[in-house]
Design a protein around this ligand. Structure first.
Ligand SMILES: *Cc1c(COP(=O)(O)O)cnc(C)c1O
Length: 425
């Protein structure tokens, strides 16, 4: 029994569960979709919150440029390029209606994944709060001040904790260590060894768990609660993290204008976002919906072994059910998406705004990984590929945008293994 229902009853109510439990690629269209104003009418967050987050990132830009020289070129604003895919769409074997772009978060500075948006933003927010409360800074000051022994010695009395499949830990770990915080990252079993090693080399304490991501988060939360001066970054529930992701929408709007792409109801933007627990794709979708309203269609994409958001949204049970309860193993090479239970906060906030969710097999991820390298010279990690097949799965018309969520930090020898595997398929 899962939530008082037998499997037969579940399948009777939601026939797609049959495909899901057989690990078959599935596309679900949200029959609860309503127009954007209505969908977000009761949301606990608004456009003002996104603008506030953007302003905070601007205040920190001089500091970021100062301590991460690779960001000087963009004056300390961490943003990824928008790249038109010229060759890849032809390899998909199905004609696509409209141009296709890749949002290259694989190239994001500092940590090479989508987590450089939410994770770094939440660490900065926490640091600013302490500095403001202690009267060490005002919002008009030059934030380069954060790079000083005085600030670091204050921050060294605080500990930041999170649970992660890998990339969130990297973003939070790198940023928090730079500011002088103590950092503890609880890693799930699927977290890659190189991610743990990299963090340890930065002085971060990495705690490994035999269990999956949800358990790593639970343990991190519990440990953190026991300590005063310990702050837990909650990937499942954090509104701060969510707003860090949402800022991407403002930046994307400017990039589309630069490309002379006009988004309208007649020429909608279709965005395909890899989804783990939901914070990243959820935050970005929220931002996009606030800006483009009904002219944007947001789809989430998950591995066939971890379709937690699809199950949660389709059934309306959100974080009340997990893929494991339905007999799925939650084992996938897409480590960033290996999540068995979705964020209830994100699922509920967007249950009338996300247009659909589809799943992709690991086999197809690897095939796409090799194809996009051969055709466009772009290096992505497996999680980052699931957006690419969005136009085929959804049959949307308009402008297509696959969100490539990570890849830049993958060591060459690990990437080579991925590539060879894709080539052999
Ligand atoms: C974390 C992650 C995602 C998904 O973000 P969630 O907030 O977990 O939904 C997608 N791709 C990569 C590479 C990630 O690390």
């Amino acid at each position: 029994m899962i939530q008082d229902k037998t499997m037969e009853e579940w399948i009777q109510s939601f026939p797609k569960i049959k495909d899901l439990i057989n690990y078959e690629e599935t596309t679900w269209f949200n029959n609860q979709l309503v127009n954007t104003d209505e969908a977000l009418a009761h949301a606990s967050l608004s456009e003002r919150d996104i603008l506030d987050a953007e302003a905070r990132l601007k205040r920190f830009a001089p500091y970021i440029a100062h301590v991460f020289p690779e960001t000087i070129e963009h004056a300390g604003i961490i943003e990824s390029p928008l790249t038109k895919l010229e060759h890849m769409p032809k390899l998909l074997n199905t004609p696509i209606d409209g141009p296709m772009f890749l949002k290259q978060d694989n190239l994001l500075a500092i940590s090479g994944s989508i987590k450089a948006r939410g994770g770094i933003y939440e660490v900065l927010t926490f640091a600013e709060k302490i500095a403001l409360e202690k009267g060490m800074i005002t919002v008009e000051d030059d934030y380069k001040k954060f790079d000083s022994n005085e600030f670091k010695s204050v921050f060294s009395k605080y500990e930041l904790v999170c649970g992660s499949t890998g990339n969130l830990g990297l973003s939070i770990g790198i940023m928090a260590a730079k500011l002088g915080f103590k950092v503890v990252i609880h890693m799930s079993q699927d977290a890659r060894l190189w991610k743990k090693d990299l963090l340890r080399s930065k002085g971060v304490r990495v705690i490994e768990h035999e269990d999956d991501y949800s358990k790593a988060v639970d343990q991190g939360r519990l440990d953190s609660q026991k300590q005063s001066n310990s702050y837990f970054i909650d990937d499942e529930n954090s509104k701060t993290l969510f707003l860090g992701y949402a800022v991407a929408a403002i930046r994307l709007k400017a990039q589309l204008q630069q490309e002379n792409i006009h988004i309208s109801l007649d020429n909608p933007l279709n965005v395909y976002l890899p989804c783990g627990v939901g914070g990243g794709p959820g935050g970005i979708s929220f931002g996009l919906k606030v800006i483009f309203k009904d002219a944007v269609n947001c789809y989430f994409a998950e591995p066939t072994h971890s379709p937690c958001m699809l199950l949660g949204m389709m059934t309306g049970y959100h974080d009340g059910i997990s893929v494991q309860e339905f007999g799925l193993d939650n084992e996938t090479a897409a480590d960033g998406l290996a999540v068995g239970r979705p964020s209830g906060f994100v699922g509920q906030l967007l249950e009338h705004a996300v247009k659909g969710v589809y799943t992709v097999s690991d086999q197809n991820m690897f095939k796409l990984l090799t194809q996009i390298y051969d055709s466009e010279g772009i290096k992505l990690e497996p999680s980052a590929l699931v957006g690419i097949v969005g136009p085929i799965k959804t049959k949307e018309k308009g402008v297509h945008l696959a969100w490539a969520t990570g890849g830049n930090m993958v060591p060459d020898e690990v990437y080579q293994e991925y590539y060879d595997l894709g080539k052999s398929i």
